[in-house]
Design a binder for this molecule. Structure first.
Ligand code: OAD
Length: 253
């Protein structure tokens, strides 16, 4: 058996025996669907765009049309993308282990479209538009067709209060949706295995979750072709793309 086959067997054994699995995904799971990550050196979004000008409340205040059009461009990319074998394998894993909880930092809906049940979105959902004043509670969703939400001419106004509409995503400097974060913490505290897929592990509080799981006694498995801030605490590190390794794990589970 090669080294990677041994690691795949070990990961499969841990997952099979797990009673309370928690899966945490990041941009790497969607990379093979053609959605760029944020921090990869070659094609990461933050190597081409400045987050301070596009992903902060201040940026939206300064230039709402620019921020709106950048999200419209990303939203169209998500709409064109299809779930990859990594997403499909995680959905299958959830079917095999119905107690498993899936937490994602991603704002795309590829987990849902691959059949995963109720992923917890820590950073929001790019397909949803909300009132920037959240005038009717958090979030005040504004129903828009994909064509309307991808229109070039800047954000429409909230039909209830007239404030500008914005994407329902978490920007730098904003707090995470509290119910999603509380649900994630509850699951993490009880986890016996924590499977971390495709995150650099540098954006908190999401990046703390695997550390909390580890402190509470969970076995940590990481899938990432590159060393991350999680690798140091991983009990098993499978250094390969998720779309290759996850189907291989499911093949022996
Ligand atoms: P990053 O771009 O920081 O990290 C992506 C990780 O995925 C890297 O460690 C890559 O090595 C890894 N990766 C790339 N391709 C992969 C593949 N095919 N299979 C497995 N792993 C792969 O993305 P996140 O960690 O998700 O915040 O970033 C966290 C947050 O920072 C995002 O949610 C976003 C961003 O600013 C918000 O939008 C609020």
């Amino acid at each position: 058996m090669t080294n990677s086959e041994t690691l795949i067997q070990q990961a499969a054994e841990r997952l099979r025996a797990s009673q309370r699995l928690v899966i945490l995904t990041g941009a790497g799971i969607s990379q093979e669907s053609g959605i760029p990550t944020f921090r990869d050196a070659l094609d990461g979004l933050w190597s081409r765009y400045d987050p301070a000008q596009l992903a902060t409340p201040q940026a939206f205040q300064n230039d709402p049309a620019l921020v709106w059009s950048w999200y419209a461009f990303r939203r169209a990319g998500v709409r064109r993308a299809q779930p990859n074998p990594g997403h499909l394998a995680l959905a299958e894993l959830q079917r095999r282990l119905p107690a498993a909880v899936l937490i994602t930092q991603n704002v795309d809906d590829l987990h849902e479209r691959s059949g995963s049940l109720r992923p917890i979105h820590l950073h929001g959902n790019i397909a949803i538009t909300k009132c920037s004043a959240d005038c009717r509670g958090e979030p005040t969703v504004i129903p828009l067709s994909p064509e309307e939400s991808e229109a070039e001419q800047g954000p429409p106004n909230c039909p209830y209060c007239g404030a500008l509409a914005r994407p329902d995503v978490v920007w730098f400097g904003e707090t995470l949706p509290q119910s999603a974060l509380a649900e994630a913490h509850r699951a993490i505290r009880r986890a016996d295995v924590c499977l971390v897929v495709g995150t650099s592990g540098v954006v908190v509080p999401a990046a703390h979750l695997p550390y909390e799981a580890k402190s509470a006694g969970a076995f940590v498995i990481e899938i990432n072709p590159v060393e991350s801030a999680i690798t140091a605490i991983a009990d098993l590190w499978l250094a390969a793309p998720a779309g290759e390794i996850l189907p291989r794990i499911m093949g022996v589970l």
